[in-house]
Design a protein around this ligand. Sequence first.
Ligand code: FES
Length: 318
Amino acid sequence: MIPVVVKNRVMETQNVVRLVLARSDGKSLPAFSAGAHIDIHLPSGLIRQYSLCRLQVEPDYYEIAVLKDPQSRGGSLEVHTLAIGTELVISEPRNHFPLKQGQGHVLLIAGGIGVTPLLPMAQTLQQEGRSFDFHYCAKSPNQAAFVEALEKGSFADKMHFHFSQVEGSGRMDLVSVLSRHAFASELYLCGPADFITAVLTQARMLGWSEDRLHKEFFAAPELDEIASDNETFQVKIHSTGELIEVVPEQSMFDALDANGIYLPVSCESGVCGTCQTAVISGTPDHKDVFLTEQEKNSGKWVMPCCSRSKSAILELDL
Ligand code: FES
């Protein structure tokens, strides 16, 4: 855990605040690679993940940009109340969304505040002299963070803005953008769940292979919608043989916690990967957006904060 202080806060749009964080003890912050995020422990006790939205020019600062989302469970609203001088605790940077090494063309596609992890990716690609295009989709320029900087920045020639509410701009022509790169590029995609689903569906139809599709959700899909068909199942603890019942209204994490078995959790919505647990036997019913399709199909892992079981018993490596 790293103690930090809010050094600066800047409203990038009416609803997006950028916070600059520095260590409160004056030491340097750990290095990170593009796509990394940190956990922020908010004063209320909530823990939330935010992408580091700018490569470090000097090792003293991290920057995050957070959209105030009235639909959220409180984290983003609280971030918007943080004043300069507020002391917080953060985790070391973790990266579940890294850029792959290589020389091929890279396609970056951001939906709204999903731009944040893609900004350091674009910086990295530019520094490495790699070929890339960066498509940024939003409703309008004044609702899209960093537009002005991106229009004037060092990779302005790689930027393609798509503003759905601006005449003459309009929505991105997905088929056209994805067709141009279908057989050789890597795609990095971040945004809301329905945006990501639409892009991935189109990419797969156009022949993109799964290993070239990289995504990060900045919010989980509506998990509540699927709660109605939840069924009771049992979790078997591999080390002890203990069986723990998980009823429809409970998450696996809650049931384990109620029985004294602690799992680390953070987002509690299948986004961050903190609770990833190995499966010994049984068939997980994946509800998360963290594991890849291949990982889900392998049945080797499960995210107990949100996923469930298709088999009557799910044996976990605990
Ligand atoms: S706690 Fe984030 S995926 Fe489970």
